[in-house]
Design a protein around this ligand. Structure first.
Ligand SMILES: [Ca+2]
Ligand SMILES: [Ca+2]
Length: 193
């Protein structure tokens, strides 16, 4: 029995004997995935899941490599967003943030909600590596690298793609769009019987 059918079988068995202990290596298919598979008809499910795969893997193949590349992209974007926020405080755009520029940020309504007094205090405490009361581009960059970490943020596209790896029928740790479409059809057919 392949892994996918095994998951369906296990789910059905657990459903019939609630409380029964299944002695399998593969855990049952997560409810979140069953919910996704049951939400739409076969064609729409395949289209939606196909788009979910393409969001993370533009070549249509989910695997550790595509997850890694996507993670790198999320991290780079998060860092760039944070850096842009700080660079926008550099009013004379000389590449250096002075204390006057930092304090001035608190007086300007356009920066409200973007840089607050806590951000500025932490920048002054932790980012000024040479203690000259000025923050250079490199000091800001080191600070951003130090404070923006991947683990802090949840990404719904990535979470969904991880969930879809359950549909990896042949267990080669890759999920192609063809494989996903086959898995959806198998699931929908097993549902009717
Ligand atoms: Ca400046
Ligand atoms: Ca400095």
């Amino acid at each position: 029995m392949n892994r996918f059918l095994y998951c369906i079988a296990t789910t059905l068995i657990i459903g019939m004997n609630s409380g029964a202990v299944a002695e399998e290596q593969n855990p049952p298919m997560p409810d979140a995935l069953i919910g996704i598979l049951d939400q739409y008809d076969e064609t729409n499910t395949i289209k939606r899941l196909g788009r979910s795969i393409l969001q993370v893997a533009p070549n249509g193949v989910l695997n550790e490599q595509s997850f890694y590349a996507y993670n790198q992209l999320i991290l780079a974007k998060a860092r760039a967003t944070k850096m842009a926020k700080y660079l926008a405080l550099d009013l004379d755009f000389d590449g250096v943030l002075t204390n006057a520029e930092l304090q001035g940020a608190l007086l300007r309504t356009t920066n409200q909600g973007r840089v607050d007094v806590l951000d500025i205090t932490l920048l002054q405490l932790d980012a000024d590596l040479d203690n000259d009361s000025k923050l250079t581009f490199d000091e800001l960059r080191f600070y951003v690298v130090d404070t923006v970490k991947l683990g802090e943020r949840r990404d719904s596209s990535l979470e969904r793609a991880r969930l879809l790896m359950w549909l990896d029928l042949d267990g080669d740790d890759q999920l192609t769009i063809t494989e996903m479409a086959r898995a959806v059809r198998e699931y929908k057919n097993s549902d009717k019987n």
